[in-house]
Design a protein around this ligand. Structure first.
Ligand SMILES: [Zn+2]
Length: 117
């Protein structure tokens, strides 16, 4: 048995394989989720200026207000390749002005922007 991370091989008897595999898959899933969550959290920044927004989406994600306008969204995409990725269901209720055009936020909370890849 070996994982894709590290790749160190461990012999496992056929009789023990089902239980061991179930345990290892659960542990591996937990590890991947923890790594992905850490990666995301370390690269997600709350921003209130265009310059900070552009810098944040260049290397990760930005939490920012948006007016909800399609043209504004297209303008942001043309300038940074970033688009709104999610309106967090658990996002703090907050009012502010659009990171790009300055109109009032349409969502009552910050959106998460990032570049598609
Ligand atoms: Zn806008």
């Amino acid at each position: 048995m070996a994982t894709r991370l590290g790749g160190e091989k461990t012999p496992v008897s056929l009789a023990a394989a089902p239980a061991r595999l179930e345990y290892e898959l659960t542990a591996y899933q937990d590890l991947l989720l923890r790594r992905a969550t850490e990666f995301r959290d370390q690269r997600t920044v709350t921003v209130d200026s265009w310059d900070d927004f552009a810098a944040a989406v260049a290397t990760g994600w930005a939490r920012a207000f948006h007016c909800g306008g399609t043209e504004c969204e297209d303008d942001i995409k043309a300038a940074t390749a970033a688009t709104p990725r999610v309106i967090p269901a658990d996002g703090e209720p907050e009012e502010g002005t659009c990171i790009r055009c300055g109109r009032p936020s349409a969502y009552g909370k910050r959106l998460v922007f990032g570049r598609a890849y």
